[in-house]
Write a protein that binds this ligand. Sequence first.
Ligand SMILES: *Cc1c(COP(=O)(O)O)cnc(C)c1O
Length: 368
Amino acid sequence: MSKVTITVTSPLLPDLDEFHSLLKEIWNSKWITNNGSFHKRLEAELASYLKVPFVSLFTNGTLPLITALQALRITGEVITTPYSFVATTHALWWNGIKPVFVDIDLQTGNIDPDKIEAAITPKTTAIMPVHVYGKPCDTKRIQEIANKYGLKVIYDAAHAFGVEVNGESVLNAGDMSTLSFHATKVYNTIEGGALVMHDEETKKRIDYLKNFGFAGETEVVAPGINSKMDEMRAAYGLLNLRQVDAAIESRHQVAIKYREGLRDVDGISFMEDMPGVKHNYSYFPIFVDAEKYGMTRDELYFKMKEAKVLGRRYFYPLISEFATYCGLPSSSRDNLPNAHKMADSVICLPMHHELSREDIERILDSII
Ligand SMILES: *Cc1c(COP(=O)(O)O)cnc(C)c1O
């Protein structure tokens, strides 16, 4: 019998009957979008679950990045990381901002705070770091630098749903944080996302901006966009919120088994949990040392594929290598040695709540 393919991710889906009964409510109310009751409820429940003051829901995780930059009136240059999903830098481009790439720390994959100051110029207005794989950035150091130079900080926290440091949500760091609720993430609303902010004034402004800038029936206060989450996705999101803790615990068990299985494999390394951090196990990256392992990263990636185990080379290529950005001065290879090293050695193993013991064994067998 031919083996079934093990995919890298599998969406967390609500119970269909429960979803159906919420859909009935929506149908009966005939209120299907525009800040309906499910939209309001999900914003409130997410704020409470995530331990943050305010949440504004969006249709995806890219528009909150673009909108946060608009709301904070960021211009000129923004310091960011090349080791992320391309949307992080695209959000700057869509605002006419010049991205300035800074190298990463090899321990976490996050922007290296020690290298930020050297990249600051008179045009720098903000820093946009990413909590890569849900591993928290050094938010304290980054804030100190931001305060010293009067810069805003917007975190792309697409990977950091529910991540806490010593009991405090990592989403409370900086001026604002963005989330993605795309189907491939730990928590999903099919497509969706959110902005997390500290105060009601900002929440109000963001709510205007995601609704064309409307502040009332006839008043438009800013050139907003349309990025309002509809009632169906909000209802779906409410149901998924009830089962996300169980899904994260399943992922945790997968991570434990991966670490057990890979600990003694020469040439394969992985990240440990950081002390004091509540992790969400959004990804499980491994790093291939070709010399010690006897095979390059790409050779292993394709060997796994032959065994019908789909990993992902996340994040390869670096954002700084894409056509739009490769001409920037900060995109030079010499400026980003650690980012290149990580991008050239990484494979993210399948990681989701439904991986069985047999799946995990097959995945490990394809590597060991
Ligand atoms: C998924 C992701 C995004 C984009 O989110 P979408 O919901 O797909 O628009 C942005 N940044 C990072 C780091 C991501 O992983």
